[in-house]
Design a binder for this molecule. Structure first.
Ligand code: ATP
Ligand code: MG
Length: 202
């Protein structure tokens, strides 16, 4: 049986692709075996990243429509699939969330971020575990502390706070950074802690 982790936020530029690629790298590093990355974003950022800098044990499938992504999430033998979602394109995002066993919601500190996270959460079925990952965080700042506190006040789980690092931002062309892998390994542990149980036969 496969576990599907969706990496989703309706807002663009928050860290979805970075989180998806690092989660796959973290899965390999922690010995979870062959891992599928489904790139549901027509921008194909995770596809480009993994084509330029392949990670042994990670298979990539491009599936930039609702129809393709629904099929890609089921196909293949990998026990773990990570789905990089597009910003916007509600139909595709809904198709991803429908099959997800857990949802990682990357976000940033400040600005219009909370309303976009709430809009994303509204699309996630209540039975599906979800957690916020604060990306490119400036550790030790008041803004970060306030952001963490306000999500906790709303009862949302924070699955990770990933610091802002040049090594993480460097993307394809550089190996995945150890600091990033260690942070995302912890996110992965949270996401896999209690994935939704699917009815038999699915
Ligand atoms: N921990 C980090 N430290 C520094 N930079 C980061 C970190 N995480 C993400 N970034 C940078 O933030 C930018 C946006 O990240 P990313 O492309 O992953 O977002 P996205 O949500 O996938 O964007 P889009 O909606 O366009 O697909 C990139 O330049 C990326 O390198
Ligand atoms: Mg992206």
């Amino acid at each position: 049986m496969r576990t599907v982790i969706a990496v989703t936020n309706v807002k663009g530029g928050v860290g979805k692709t970075t989180s998806a690629v690092y989660l796959a790298g973290a899965a390999i590093r922690s010995g979870r075996g062959p891992t599928l990355v489904v790139d549901a974003d027509p921008q194909a950022s995770s596809a480009e990243w993994l084509e330029e800098s392949p990670v042994a044990g990670v298979r990539l499938v491009e599936a930039p429509t609702a129809r393709l992504v629904a099929r890609a999430m089921e196909a293949g033998r990998e026990r773990l699939a990570i789905v990089d979602s597009p910003p916007g394109d509600e139909k595709t995002v809904r198709a991803v969330l429908e099959r997800a066993d857990a949802v990682v919601i990357p976000t940033r500190v400040g600005g219009p971020e909370p309303s976009r996270v709430r809009a994303t959460i509204e699309m996630v079925a209540p039975a599906v575990p979800r957690g916020i990952v604060i990306c490119a965080a400036r550790t030790g700042t008041r803004d970060l502390e306030d952001t963490i506190a306000s999500w906790e006040d709303e009862g949302e789980a924070i699955w990770g706070v990933v610091p802002e690092r040049v090594a993480i931002a460097s993307g394809a062309g550089a190996p995945l950074s150890i600091v990033g892998l260690v942070h995302y390994e912890n996110v992965l542990i949270r996401a896999l802690d209690r994935p939704r149980r699917r009815p038999a036969g699915r």
